[in-house]
Design a protein around this ligand. Structure first.
Ligand SMILES: CC(C)(COP(=O)(O)OP(=O)(O)OC[C@H]1O[C@@H](n2cnc3c(N)ncnc32)[C@H](O)[C@@H]1OP(=O)(O)O)[C@@H](O)C(=O)NCCC(=O)NCCS
Length: 163
């Protein structure tokens, strides 16, 4: 099997802005059934209340993953997080999330929320490993074409100085 990142050094983790909207749209489209396009990301990443971090390959500066939140006062919501398929399962998502929690905490965020599909085992494990806990469930929240809709779990993390 061709593994393009087998010997690549770990990415760098740093804030990203609208200059990354094309790459974000490509990664999002490869990761979700209902993709957000380039214009969606350009608008999103320009918002003053938006906090976004990326995993950037050292060898060519390309984006391998990103996470975007919207913050208001001491609360924030993670809107999306995704890692390119070739870089998954090697710690990029976890490091990206840890970097992002630090960014949010530095901005004064104390309570963080997100929604995750009950069927998304990888994301649920990622969030549970970081200490997120379930606070609600939205039944039949995600449409799945001909399949039955899936519920969304609303998860929370309290940031008070733990990052
Ligand atoms: C969720 C996602 C961001 C995880 O990124 P990743 O780089 O693969 O995650 P990591 O390698 O850092 O894994 C961190 C932890 O997540 C969990 N995890 C990740 N992928 C998993 C999988 N396929 N199955 C089970 N657990 C998984 C594990 O607990 C893992 O810790 P471990 O390696 O010590 O077991 C990635 O799978 C992805 O982009 N998925 C598509 C988009 C998506 O679903 N986003 C979340 C929307 S709510």
């Amino acid at each position: 099997m061709f593994r393009p990142f087998a010997k690549a050094p770990a990415p760098a983790y740093r804030p990203i802005g609208p200059e990354r909207c094309v790459e974000c749209a490509l990664i999002h489209a490869a990761s979700f059934a209902h993709p957000w396009n380039e214009a969606d990301f350009e608008r999103l990443l320009t918002g003053p209340e938006v906090v976004s971090d990326g995993a950037i390959e050292i060898r060519d500066e390309t984006l391998s993953g990103f996470v975007v939140s919207r913050a208001a006062f001491d609360e924030a919501e993670i809107l999306t997080i995704a890692v390119i398929a070739e870089r998954r399962r090697c710690g990029v998502g976890a490091t990206l999330l840890a970097t992002h929690l630090s960014s949010l905490a530095a901005r004064g965020v104390r309570r963080l929320f997100l929604e995750v599909d009950t069927e998304n085992i990888a994301a649920r494990a990622l969030y549970a490993g970081r200490g997120f806990y379930q606070v609600a469930e939205r039944k039949a929240y995600y449409r799945k074409g001909d399949l039955p809709p899936a519920s969304a779990l609303v998860m929370r993390l309290d940031l008070g100085g733990q990052v």
